[in-house]
Design a protein. Structure first.
Lengths: 297, 265
């Protein structure tokens, strides 16, 4: 059955791909060409091969300007004023409420890969001199899935901003609810949405920045509830997965289906903002919503 | 069959009473109200006003059919965004006229369709959760069959959540779970066991507040047994909830969902 045999390509290592650990007794084959892991990445927008060191802190494709996914720490460093970020709930870690087989192993791998303890980093910061609470999700950690820790940290961040009378900005990226924690993951949707409601009832500003990808339970809770919803170019935003929909309706979906541009056209986001302009845009929005209380903090 | 897989099977039986069957037996003078005032009337969700021992109530339910034709018309009980927007409209109407809301849930999940995405399925569910958190009137949700994921929790974010003995509620379908974990959707029975989807499991971890029993001969053979119990429970619980000051009601509703989460710090 050579018909289905894969061709031999030279693999390009990518930090976003899970790497199978090499057997300790296996020797790398000296004859087969190899490119060291992490030096080259492929752009999903133009399919170009990018030398990683050519990319700056914004993680854009130097050929087409396409936005690569960016880790939470890197996002914070390009968004918050230097030295202003104070992390909240830095030590919160997941448990295994459902007794899911080897959940601890999955978590440890994700921690190693992403360098963070779970799918979101939250904290207080200033952007362009304006104080706010910020939460940044990270797709490197189990595709930003929402379990107890993500739900709790997001909820506490929103509650903190309600308490301090501050705006809250949430950068979302998530495949949805985390199935390994079962029904408790689903409950985080109601929990976070209720926290947004309280914050909103207090007359405070909530800005969501939707980044690639934001789907499932996160798109169906806090991600869709911002007073102002910004998206990054070409980000995939939707509730159901493309393949599930194609399987249900039995037809092929257009290329741009569920893209940020598609959502803008259908009226579900306010604005698409290039990553290089994001900080400036957020600062301008914060300035227009400035309150005397927030200025004092 | 294991207990959980048996319940999973029962929860999906076509002969199980639908939301309209329950509404007809529990309430008097049901008047169905249609449409979301935005785009469409979603037949997968029914709603309206009715009387419960003289008390006006708003009732809403996700509607599956008993026949293939009815199921096709009602999308097998998988709502579109228009359905969730109808829920929001009817909840706000209930708030205006100070009548409690009773919701019946029976869905494998929100509909994964092209139009559903174009009209913002995620936003519709999110808005349903957001509005449920602030509606100034009591909300009681009852799982009468399947409770699948985001499409179910959209209507289960109120003051009390009850479940029929053979109901289930899960973050994703046991088939989906089995195909992710073992790459084999046919092992859904095992998955159901692991996922803790039964009323007993959900009562134990505080996701639901009460289990409504079903007749021994099968719910389809004696619907009244169950609907009588629902009716009695609704009457006594709504008296308690309606007597609460609104601030207290909303505070307790917030706490009800605030508590979920297991983590260490």
């Amino acid at each position: 059955m050579n018909l289905f045999k894969k061709k031999n390509y030279i693999p390009i290592g990518s930090s976003s791909q899970y790497k199978r650990p090499m057997h300790p007794e296996a020797q790398p084959d000296a004859d087969s060409p190899m490119i060291p892991d992490g030096l080259w990445v492929k752009c999903r927008h133009c399919s170009g091969t990018i030398y990683k060191k050519e990319m700056d802190a914004y993680q854009l494709c130097p050929k087409c300007g396409g936005h690569f996914r960016i880790g939470a720490k890197e996002r914070i460093s390009i968004t918050c004023d230097e030295g202003s970020f104070e992390e909240l709930d830095a030590k919160m870690k997941a448990k295994n409420p459902m007794g899911y087989p080897d959940y601890e192993g999955v978590l440890n791998k994700a921690r190693e890969k992403s360098g963070i303890l779970d799918g979101v980093i939250t904290g207080l910061c200033s952007i362009g001199g304006y104080r706010c609470v910020i939460a940044v999700m990270d797709s490197n950690f189990m595709m930003g899935s929402m379990g107890s820790v993500v739900g709790e940290k997001i909820t506490r961040a929103i509650e903190k901003s309600t308490e301090l009378g501050l705006p809250v900005i949430i950068f979302t990226t998530s495949g949805g609810a985390r199935m390994q924690e079962g029904i408790i993951s689903l409950m985080q949707m109601a929990k976070t949405a209720a926290a947004v409601r309280k914050h909103s009832d207090a007359g405070l500003l909530y800005v969501t920045v939707i980044t690639d990808p934001t789907t499932g339970g996160v798109s169906a809770s806090f991600a869709s509830l911002g007073d102002i919803i910004i998206a990054e170019p070409k980000a995939i935003i939707g509730f159901a997965g493309r393949r599930v929909i194609e399987g249900t309706i039995n037809e092929k979906l257009p290329e741009d289906f569920q893209s940020a541009e598609f959502q803008l056209e259908h009226g579900f986001i306010d604005k698409i903002v290039d990553r290089r302009e994001m900080k400036k845009t957020l600062a301008a929005i914060l300035r227009l919503h400035r309150t005397k209380e927030a200025d004092k903090k | 069959m294991s207990k959980a897989s048996e319940i999973l099977f029962n929860s999906r039986k076509v002969s199980r009473p639908s939301s309209l069957d329950c509404i007809g037996k529990i309430f008097e003078d049901f008047i169905e109200l249609h449409g979301d005032r935005c785009f469409a009337d979603d037949c997968a969700i029914v709603g309206g006003i009715a009387s419960l021992e003289g008390m006006p109530v708003t009732v809403i339910g996700i509607q599956k059919g008993h026949t293939v034709a009815e199921n096709v018309a009602r999308r097998f009980g998988s709502p579109n965004p228009d359905g969730y927007r109808k829920v929001i409209r009817l909840m706000k109407q209930a708030e205006k006229f100070h009548r409690p809301v009773v919701e019946f849930i029976n869905t494998s999940g929100a509909y994964p369709g092209k139009g559903a995405e174009e009209r913002g399925q995620g936003e519709a569910i999110a808005r349903c959760l957001y509005e449920s958190a602030g509606i100034k009137t009591p909300i009681i949700s009852i799982f009468i069959g399947e409770g699948g994921s985001g499409g179910a929790i959209a209507m289960a974010a109120g003051d009390r959540v009850w479940m029929l003995e053979n109901g289930m509620y899960a973050v994703l379908s046991p088939e989906g779970f089995a195909s992710i974990l073992w790459r084999d959707p046919s092992r859904s029975g095992e998955a159901a066991e692991l996922m803790k989807i039964t009323a007993e499991d959900l009562l134990a971890n505080g996701v639901i507040d009460k289990i409504i029993p079903e007749a021994r001969e099968g719910i389809e053979n004696n619907v009244e047994y169950t609907t009588d119990i629902i009716r009695k429970n609704l009457i006594s619980e709504l008296v308690i909830l309606c007597a609460k000051p609104v601030d207290e009601l909303l505070k307790e509703r917030y706490q009800r969902f605030r508590k979920y989460g297991e983590f260490e710090e």
